[in-house]
Design a protein around this ligand. Structure first.
Ligand SMILES: Cc1cc2nc3c(=O)[nH]c(=O)nc-3n(C[C@H](O)[C@H](O)[C@H](O)COP(=O)(O)OP(=O)(O)OC[C@H]3O[C@@H](n4cnc5c(N)ncnc54)[C@H](O)[C@@H]3O)c2cc1C
Length: 457
């Protein structure tokens, strides 16, 4: 991309990670937080929205015909206190950058999604969760304060103590309360940069859920990969990987010399083009079979790198292209604890529809945060990736919406591409409070995204 002065913008065709709904916006790429207020003041009538690394799956960080302020050049780490494990940084700093900076002193990010290519601003705005949600909660719960540029132009330091309403509207608020300029993040102490991982293969969904429930207290990090196309007695068969950061004495002698080493691997690129339809119910069923069979029935204490355990997909740059030009969509729901029958019903529906999700992940959430639109609630979450052109997908997902809403659950906005405003209201009981905060902060509706327009956020 050509270098421009920070105030300049140029038209850009933007999508989310799923590459399904491109729109054109004026794109600005400021280098410093103090350049953002002027950009916001000069926003066109369609308003403005912040964008980080564009890893939300659909159009939360797009603004058709408006302004998009990409923060990735505002990527300075301002201070890192190695004793307290507190880092202060600009909002465009990525989680990978934080890992590179903090691991040598024995600190890791408090919460990591399945990719480390997300910004601190994006992690707060979606209040992201990781494999440790059942123990550590979501990202914003580890943010002592953030600095927010409000739609009116004021820059305010906001904490959950000084300004709880604004803080919790911003955490999970999908960029609609202001532009986060800087933030402080409380890191997690680790003795090494490796993870001791137990792997268990379960014969079906019931066994997977029972194992996850029984081991809640045992592991800091857990997730189940599920074969969503398995049927009958094998319905929901899974491979569960659970881990803890390894202690020094768990490492092989050669690794003990550099116990905190972290070298994000040189990432290989996916080919520029894949044939349409490469991923379909036949190829995904085959891949699932191979993946499931290759997993050990039970393996204990395997030492893995951060990349292998937390971010396996980051090893392949632009892996999203494997879905072909039509792209793909993610569907992730959460339902309250005790809704095991709903999870089972949803897996039956997906399996019966032969809807080929390449990556299907089941996890237990701990208690949710006070974020008005934060996604996690205590209970179960299931995430699925479907090729956008899967036959019958729209109907299946609408039926899943109804099932989830009836169970008191919700769909994750950072991944959503198709929810209706009515369904959103049924799923997020604090939506009206969020809208009230927005109305007070931004009566003219300066902040807007393709997502916010569709959902009337
Ligand atoms: C492979 C993969 C795995 C993932 N795994 C998980 C997971 O395990 N858990 C999970 O929770 N999520 C997961 N995600 C989703 C991802 O973590 C979130 O969508 C995250 O918000 C992306 O951050 P980003 O910097 O790319 O933000 P973008 O996608 O660019 O933006 C996301 C939202 O944040 C807002 N935003 C960004 N920067 C700012 C700012 N400075 N100020 C105000 N608002 C801002 C945008 O307006 C938008 O609404 C995954 C995504 C991928 C691609």
């Amino acid at each position: 991309m050509i270098d421009r002065s920070p105030g300049q913008t140029s038209p850009a065709r933007l999508t989310g990670w799923g590459r399904i709904a491109p729109t054109v916006a004026e794109l600005a790429r400021p280098c410093r937080p103090d350049q953002v207020p002027a950009l916001l003041r000069g926003a066109p009538p369609r308003g403005a929205i912040a964008r980080g690394l564009g890893r939300s799956y659909n159009n939360a960080a797009q603004n058709d015909g408006g302004l998009v302020i990409q923060t990735t050049r505002m990527n300075g780490i301002i201070a890192l206190d190695p004793r307290a494990g507190l880092v202060t940084c600009e909002a465009g700093v990525s989680l990978e950058q934080l890992m590179i900076a903090a691991l040598p002193d024995g600190w890791f990010v408090p919460v990591s999604p399945g990719t480390r290519q997300v910004t601190v601003g994006g992690a707060i705005a979606a209040d992201v969760h990781g494999k440790n949600h059942h123990k550590a909660g979501s990202f914003a719960q580890h943010v002592p304060w953030l600095e927010l540029l409000l739609p009116g132009g004021e820059v305010r330091q906001v904490s959950s103590v000084s300004d709880p309403e604004l803080f919790w509207a911003t955490a999970g608020g999908m960029g609609l309360t202001g532009v986060i300029l800087r933030a402080q993040v409380r890191l997690t102490k680790v003795e090494t940069s490796r993870v001791s991982v137990d792997t268990v293969r379960t014969a079906n969904l019931d066994d997977a859920m029972a194992y996850l429930e029984a081991t809640d207290d045992t592991f800091g990090y857990t997730v189940a990969w599920m074969d969503c196309l398995a049927t009958g007695a094998s319905l929901g068969r899974s491979v569960i990987t659970s881990g803890e950061f390894a202690t020094l004495d768990q490492l092989a002698p050669a690794d003990r010399r550099e116990p905190l080493a972290f070298r994000p691997i040189a990432r290989i690129g996916a080919p520029a083009a894949f044939p349409p339809g490469l991923l379909n119910r036949h190829t995904v069923a085959l891949a699932n079979e191979v993946w499931y069979r290759k997993a050990p029935r039970r393996r204990v204490g395997e030492i893995q790198t951060i990349g292998t355990f937390f971010h396996p997909l980051d090893g392949i740059r632009n892996w999203n292209r494997v879905y072909g030009p039509a792209g793909f969509l993610q569907y992730q729901y959460a339902v309250p604890a005790g809704q095991d029958a709903t999870v089972r019903r949803s897996v039956e529906m997906i399996s019966a529809a032969r809807a080929p999700s390449f990556i299907t992940v089941l996890k237990r959430f701990g208690p949710g945060s006070p974020g008005y639109l934060s996604f996690p609630i205590e209970g179960w979450t299931l995430a699925l990736d479907f090729p956008a052109r899967t036959p019958g997908l729209a109907g299946l997902l609408s039926r899943l919406d109804e099932l989830v809403a009836e169970a008191g659950g919700r769909v994750y906005l950072a991944k959503d591409s198709r929810l209706s405003p009515e369904m959103l209201a049924a799923m997020y009981p604090r939506l009206e409070e969020f809208r009230q905060v927005r109305k007070q902060l931004d009566p003219a509706g300066l902040l807007a995204s393709d997502l916010s327009r569709r959902l009337r956020l």
